[in-house]
Every structure is written in structure tokens, then in C-alpha cells.
Design a protein around this ligand. Structure first.
Ligand code: NAD
Ligand code: DAU
Length: 367
């Protein structure tokens, strides 16, 4: 009966689960903050508890426009603090956890893997323990734990290999990818062992507003504006599959509401680019927006390659497209133009990050 109902709701695209109060971890980071904006504009009646430890990557200013929203609340806390998470789950009758919090930068994981293992593995486990205690021990069966993961867990692809499906073997290559792979397994185990209602998404590279300017696309935009070198690792022929951040969030929304428990969904937009091609494209668009520095491609500088650099990622998103009617709304053309415009319009935002002064601003405004 249960299976028939689930099949019916998938075919009819009916909602299986209606969240009322969400705990979003990593809410002050790139995707997390976009997610909170997305969710509260689409579901203003849902309460969103936005939790973040405000590491170097977390910036409360990403959420400043929401501070006055009646259903927004910011909590400065670490996901490793299990007691605090339990308290929040009980206090607010949270029924949905959307778990973005992580150490997310591959280069940093190469220089210092410890923080990645601590946050991504132990931190995820801490959240699962709290969810188990509050939801399962008290038999609150209407709940969801959505874990946001990455395509990097699948390792690297040869040039002619088919894109990653959910059935690909896990072959993580960097400490970051390995820590995310571990957390995926622990999430899975909490469903199989204890019956927690979990779902996982594995998404490809995101781009869009509020991305920390040490990641490729915002770094290139900022350096074009400052006439600084545009560093290309190795030969620049590595391939990434780029998705606009709100198209990732639309996928997570569908999974939370209509996805099947204990399922993994790949999210991607079938948009593979070599690094050198994407940097060249951003340079061409910057030539139009900022003609003083043109041609910006003269700033391209080949540098030493990343250790263990994965050659190619590509996502096969057939499952989420066919089961949950997922379709990205942004084309790469519209998404990249929007993104460049956002960085041009919000120069202060990334300049403050680059010179570190955003920390003083946060202190002045929020402490
Ligand atoms: P990000 O680094 O911009 O944000 C991570 C946020 O988590 C930051 O605000 C940080 O302060 C917070 N955080 C870190 N440790 C914490 C802790 N112990 N407790 C509470 N908060 C903590 O990362 P992002 O790019 O927004 O990625 C978000 C999630 O999406 C990650 O889980 C990442 O693995 C996954 N993901 C990212 C991409 C991408 O292209 N950026 C693609 C697929 C999946
Ligand atoms: O695939 C999803 C992953 O995408 C997420 O899980 C990660 O959290 C996210 O950071 C991202 O990882 P990448 O390593 O792919 O992103 P990054 O922006 O650091 O680099 C993109 C590509 O560009 C990669 O092949 C390395 C290259 N690169 C990056 C930088 C910062 C350069 O050539 N030069 C650079 O200066």
C-alpha cells in the first residue's frame, strides 16, 4: 500500500512531505544563504532556523536582507554541538534539517585535512545523533533529514566515460571528497539502522551570488576587475559541470517534498566546460562590462597544478528529472551573465571579504 501511494505521488508529482520548520546548517555560506533566500521567498510561512558557525567561509551579511523577516532566525552555533542542536530541534519543533554546513574548498583540504574530517564527518554525525534522539526517540515520524553532498564522491572521469549516475562507485580522491563520501555513508546508515527519514543529493559545481571569492568563477571576476593574474591550474583542460545555485536549491526543494526516503539524487545541468574555456568566456564577458581592462584574457596565467587534481566531473541527472520532474531554469548564458552582474553590483561584498574587513562589519552589526 505504502509503495503504491509513493508511486502514485511520484507519477502525479504530488507532495509527500510538507515542511513547517526547517533547520538549515551552513546558512551563512554560499549555497546555504541562497537556499534560505530561495525558501523564504517561496514558502514565507515556513520558519527557517539558519545556523552557522561563521567560519572564514560564513558571512552573516549574506542573510542581512532577511533579518527582519518574521520567519527568519539566525543561530550562531557549531554543528558539533549536539546538545545545542537537540535544544533547537525541540524548542522550535523543527521537522526538517537541510544540512549544507561543511568545509568545502578542495585546495584547503589538501593543505589541512583535519578540519574537513572534523566538520564534515563528525559534524554530520553530531546532527544525525541529535535528530535521532529528538525525532526517533520521541516517535516524531514526520521528519526529513536532507544531506547536501557533492559529485566529487564519485572520483574522476575519463574524457569519454559516461556521466556519474547514482549507481557509480564511490572513489573520492581529495580529503574533502573523502570526508563528504564518509558523511554520505553515515547518513545512509542512520536510515538503515535506526529508521531516520534521510535523503541525499550529489550536485555538480555551483556558481552564482554570494560565492566566496577563492572559488574559480568569483576569483576570476574579482581579479579581472583588479587587473590581477587569473591562475589556471596545470593545463586548464580539467572539466567541471556547472549549475546555477538556485537550480541546485530547486532540486533540493523537490527532494525534500517529493523525494523517496533513503534515496540519493544527482543534481546537474548537463553543462560541462574545461576550466580554460570557462575562464576565457568570463574574460570575454568582462571585456563588455569593464572595457578598461580588455582583453582580460591577457591576465591568464598557468600555475602549478592542484595535487591529485580530478580531471573531469559530469552529472547524469536523469533520475531526478524523470522521477521528480526536475529541470534547471537557468541556461548557462543567463546564469553566468546574472552572476557577473551580481559581482559588479556587489563589489563591496567581495572586497570586504578579500581584505578581511567583513569580520569587523559583522562584529559591529551583530554582536
Ligand atoms: P561554503 O564553504 O560557502 O559554506 C559552508 C558554510 O558552512 C559556511 O557558512 C561555514 O561557516 C559553515 N560551517 C562550516 N563548518 C561549520 C560547523 N562546524 N558548524 C556550522 N557551520 C559550519 O560551502 P558551499 O559551497 O555553500 O557548500 C555547501 C554544501 O554544499 C557543502 O556541504 C558542499 O559540500 C556542498 N556542495 C557544494 C558545491 C559547490 O559547488 N559549492 C557543489 C555540490 C555540493
Ligand atoms: O564538484 C562540486 C564541488 O565543486 C564542490 O563539492 C566543492 O565544494 C566546490 O568547491 C567545487 O570544487 P572544485 O574544486 O571543482 O571548485 P573550485 O572553484 O575550487 O575549482 C574549479 C576548477 O578550477 C578546478 O578544476 C580547479 C580549477 N581552479 C580553481 C581555482 C580556485 C583553477 O584552475 N584555478 C584557481 O585559481
Amino acid at each position: 500500500m505504502q509503495i503504491v501511494l509513493i508511486m502514485e505521488s511520484i507519477i502525479m508529482n504530488k507532495t509527500i512531505f510538507e515542511p513547517k520548520c526547517l533547520l538549515v546548517t551552513g546558512a551563512a555560506g554560499f549555497i546555504g544563504s541562497n537556499f534560505v533566500h530561495y525558501w523564504l521567498s517561496k514558502y514565507p510561512d515556513n520558519k527557517v532556523i539558519s545556523l552557522d558557525a561563521l567560519t572564514y567561509a560564513g558571512n552573516r551579511a549574506n542573510l542581512s536582507e532577511l533579518e527582519t523577516h518574521h520567519n527568519f532566525e539566525f543561530v550562531h552555533a557549531d554543528i558539533l554541538d549536539t546538545n545545542k542542536i537537540e535544544l533547537l530541534l525541540e524548542q522550535h519543533s523543527i521537522d526538517t534539517i537541510v544540512h549544507f554546513a561543511a568545509e568545502s574548498h578542495v585546495d584547503r583540504s589538501i593543505h589541512g585535512p583535519d578540519a574537513f574530517l572534523k566538520t564534515n564527518i563528525e559534524g554530520s554525525h553530531s546532527l544525525l545523533k541529535a535528530a535521532k534522539k529528538v525525532w526517533l526517540d520521541k516517535q516524531i515520524m514526520k521528519h526529513r533529514f536532507h544531506h547536501v553532498s557533492t559529485d566529487e564522491v564519485y572520483g574522476t572521469l575519463a574524457a569519454d566515460a559516461p556521466a556519474f549516475t547514482e549507481k557509480n562507485q564511490y572513489l573520492p580522491n581529495s580529503p574533502y571528497a573523502a570526508s563528504k563520501a564518509s558523511s554520505d555513508h553515515i547518513v545512509r546508515s542512520y536510515h538503515h539502522t535506526y529508521g531516520l527519514n534521510t535523503t541525499i543529493s550529489n550536485c555538480s559545481n555551483n556558481y552564482g551570488p554570494y560565492q566566496f571569492p577563492e572559488k574559480l568563477i568569483p576569483l576570476i571576476i574579482a581579479n579581472c576587475l583588479d587587473g590581477k593574474p587569473l591562475p589556471i591550474y596545470g593545463d586548464g583542460k580539467q572539466i567541471r559541470d556547472w549549475l546555477y545555485v538556485d537550480d541546485h536549491n530547486r532540486g533540493i526543494d523537490l527532494i525534500i517534498r517529493n523525494g523517496q526516503i533513503d534515496n540519493t539524487y544527482n543534481i546537474g545541468g548537463n553543462n560541462e566546460w574545461t576550466n580554460i574555456d570557462i575562464v576565457t568566456l568570463v574574460c570575454e564577458l568582462m571585456d563588455q562590462h569593464h572595457p578598461e581592462g580588455a582583453p582580460h584574457s591577457q591576465l591568464i596565467t598557468y600555475v602549478k597544478d592542484r595535487l591529485g587534481h580530478d580531471r573531469r566531473y559530469a552529472i547524469n541527472a536523469t533520475k531526478i528529472m524523470s522521477e521528480l520532474s526536475y529541470k534547471p531554469e537557468e541556461t548557462f548564458e543567463t546564469g553566468i551573465r546574472k552572476t557577473i552582474q551580481w559581482y559588479l553590483d556587489n563589489e563591496q561584498w567581495w572586497r570586504k571579504i578579500m581584505d578581511g574587513s567583513y569580520r569587523d562589519w559583522i562584529e559591529k552589526n551583530y554582536t
